[in-house]
Design a protein around this ligand. Sequence first.
Ligand SMILES: [Zn+2]
Length: 306
Amino acid sequence: MPQATLARVGLDVGGTSIKAGRIDARGGIEADLAAVDIPRGIDPEGFLRLLVSVARSLEARDSIGIGIPGLIDRQFGGVRKSPNLPYLDQLPLRARVAAELGFDERSVHVENDANAAALGEQWLGAGKGAADLLLLTLGTGVGGGLILGGELYVGDGMGGEIGHVVIAPDGQPCGCGSRGCLEQYASATAARRRALERGLPVSAPGDLKLLAARARDGHAAERALLHEVGIDLGRGLGPVVCLLDLSCFVFGGGFSAALDVLEPGIRAGIRERSFGSRAETTRLLRATLGPSAGWIGAARLAHRAA
Ligand SMILES: [Zn+2]
């Protein structure tokens, strides 16, 4: 088979749409589809048909990667329980997609969406060339994806969840069942909550542009808040730095647009919770692939396995 046919297709399933595209054999973006809406109330069979039609429209030939939100059951090849996306609930995605497309099941790669985004950023984005990195997505929660030695590292399957590293032992309760998790302090949702608690003006939910803009303009209260949020982020990263000596962190998600104003706080937090000069030398980068990171990383899984 000529090399040119070894293009790899990746799909990224979000809450309301599917992003997808194709990477050529040399690692160039060959096709980047506009997001395809997932109709409200879709059932698992309808969702499967939609996913397969997107894959076919990209001429997926023998291998495919799919990023999905939630905890992946790697034996099952899908999500066992997805309270927010019921069409994924109990759907053996890997087996069903393989059957529909006529692929070997081993050629269908199902991965958590944040993990896929980490791979995407490491392959073609902000972390290009970094063998080790941690991606943090600052959105509704704080998602994470860990790359070690150029490969996704998930441990027994659920690794990389930086959002649930505890920074305040008796802090805010978290949806995961623990308390004081990083995402309760440094997600977009948390930053907005903290701003509202102080009576600071914020823009729409999840959109903290106004807060960041006012901090850049020198408004003291906004600067102080984002410095504190940055410190909390750094407190989450300090133990990671100690454990792994990781020197590259990539920030994605909507709130990462505030990285410039968060950075001094992040470095202060790392300095407080680690040792040596790493608070100064660690690279803190803003993700560059935007909403395409997930499908590109999913395509990477298919590409890598080829
Ligand atoms: Zn948690």
